[in-house]
Design a protein around this ligand. Sequence first.
Ligand code: ZN
Length: 425
Amino acid sequence: MNADALIMAAHFAHTRWRLAFDDRQKLEDWQQARLQRFLRETLPRASAFRHAGYERLSDLPMMDKASMMAAFDAYNTRGILLDEALPIAMQAERSRDFEPTLGQGSRALTVGLSSGTSGNRGVFLVSKAERLRIAFFLRANSNLYTTLNSRRIDFAFHDLLEGIEPALPRLNANRPDVLVGPPSLLRALATEAAAGRLHIQPAHIISVAEVLEDDDRGAIQASFGQAPHQLYQATEGLLGYTCEHGCVHLNESFVHIEPDWLDEARTRFQPIVTDFTRQTQLIVRYRLNDVLRVCDAPCPCGRAERAIAAIEGRSDEVLWLPALADGRATPVFPDFLRRAMLFAGTTVREYRIVQAGMRLDIALQIPGDRPQAIQRVSHELAGLWQALGLQAPALNFNDWQAPAAGVKRRRVERRQAPPGLACTF
Ligand SMILES: [Zn+2]
């Protein structure tokens, strides 16, 4: 193990295990103390907040990716312009070399592109000190380590763009202790391991960047004998992690998260994030598009950090349909669709559902009897609309195609809501 890896392990031990609050009040006191210092010392260093003298978080305006990108230099403490940062980020993305390139020495910044869909691209700045602090989660001493440590957020498999094939011989040679990647990639590696082409026994498997679904979790565990851990990370920060019981807890020892509830029963919310550990690019009352579903019961591990049952995806992964009774816009969460597809049976290997108004385009990968599988999917969805009291959309079935290498897998997408429907998020 090299020195950096040891430092990371120490950070990990200190931050994640010593800071395991079992008392909610203590956690909130800790957050408040950190927040106050952040508001007093860090916030005024960004011009967007310089003259306001904010004393309470709730006094601050909300921000999101669009507002941050529109006033990029005002939201970072170094006054760096988007025009300076964007070409460097583009170049880093193109060359897949994420070494710090803006500024020099201890003031050098890593510049990265966020993985948002095109047209919604973000640029992110991270100083060297901040990178180290975040890297603690990754106790890797393999060649993955350099890549993982080279960029704060996108813990991408180093050759995600090249696909699986070229990675196999290198993985077999290097035998990584820690495997980090999006679940679609981990699943593909699990398939290779099951087929006897991959011979690795990682001690930790960490799923990032996409929603980890139960069927992927099962396949990965079956192949590697390890349940994958999940890091809930967005470009905006590291927002959650799985505990020893496999439950995702919000990373509230480091990030303040206000829930913006989406339903009256308070089962789902969108997070409004304030990262009080940031020093360079400020994330303050920043609304994320993600939809999180809370756990019904407290986690047996006893951590005070809020437990979430699932990260259901982005708000554009929520479909909207009119209610039968009064035509009111009603959300159909991706989890409902996932379950319906699960009940439709194992003949559906992959699927993708895209809403275009009152039509759903459903792409299916079916090795066996296609008409029968389509009938079962139709039946399950009809049952879902009925259970939710919704007007049934038209279903249009077609063939599933694998996303290009490096492209995020999204099984559900709302491209266009039904015309005239007032969706609330
Ligand atoms: Zn737990």
